[in-house]
Design a protein around this ligand. Sequence first.
Ligand SMILES: Nc1nc2c(ncn2[C@@H]2O[C@H](COP(=O)(O)OP(=O)(O)OP(=O)(O)O)[C@@H](O)[C@H]2O)c(=O)[nH]1
Ligand SMILES: [Mg+2]
Length: 309
Amino acid sequence: MNEDTQAPAGEATRCGFVALLGAPNAGKSTLTNAMVGTKVSIVSHKVQTTRAVVRGILIEGAAQVILVDTPGIFSPRRRLERAMVSTAWTSAADADLVALLIDAKRGIDPDIEALLAPLAEVRRTRALILNKIDQIRRDTLLALTTQLTERLAFDRVFMISALTGDGVDDLKSWLAAQVPAGPWLYPEDQITDAPMRMLAAEVTREKLYLRLHDELPYRSTVETESWKELRDGSIRIEQTIYVERETQRKIVLGKGGATIKAISTEARAEIAEITEQKVHLFLFVKVRENWADDPERYREMGLDFPRGG
Ligand SMILES: Nc1nc2c(ncn2[C@@H]2O[C@H](COP(=O)(O)OP(=O)(O)OP(=O)(O)O)[C@@H](O)[C@H]2O)c(=O)[nH]1
Ligand SMILES: [Mg+2]
């Protein structure tokens, strides 16, 4: 162990992976960010925001907990959707612990139903986390807990609000106690394993999700093409937004370029905050009809490319 990965003196280190699973929009990324204490995973009010796993790393006492934020699980149709759902299940199989996150306000719906049976097959320490308790009455919450725990056995149940932070510290302590003994896998100050250029592309994608409506966010993807540190200490970043149609490109650009300008301004400010450097961001919108069937795009996203149409 080198000095960077040193736990507090005298304590035996622990380290492990916790997969956060749930339906789209349950709040997995919000919780990941809340536990890490910084934004490492993008969040939006829309479903299917997270596309590939994002690892958020936190230290609690002598434990290093690696939270694996996954894409929401639903019935996938398109190739990209199948890749997203498949990567979520793989993360569960690879983790030391699995936490099922439920939007308590939504309760048990077909998406949750479809999750419970395969989750029973994942033989790991299992936590149930009821999220968004800031939006729900206590009695409804208890009834929902009973319904869920009757269907599947959980080692612990937590009731939290990832948004307000209510209950998050308890969850953190418990997870820290559950991960197995072993050396830390990452330096103590590392909060994610995602490279900056990927995080920067995600930030821009989040702004697309917040600004664009209907199907458009799902028809687009963002990649960082170039990243140059300039002599004055600033960073010059070029990113491409891929869409499937010329009509979509026009919408992303907006009237007189207003939409792309707004997206760019918001993304630049946030990337500058993360990097703590001045950022020059250049966004290009390209039409690539079949990007969602192009293995290269999946590699960029960190997803396996599912074979077959
Ligand atoms: N009121 C309330 N809203 C929350 C809470 N946690 C998350 N949200 C909101 O729920 C929405 C979805 O949050 P995300 O963190 O993106 O959800 P996700 O599970 O990562 O979604 P996918 O990546 O699409 O699977 C956002 O609008 C969040 O602000 C919470 O505890 N209370
Ligand atoms: Mg997410």
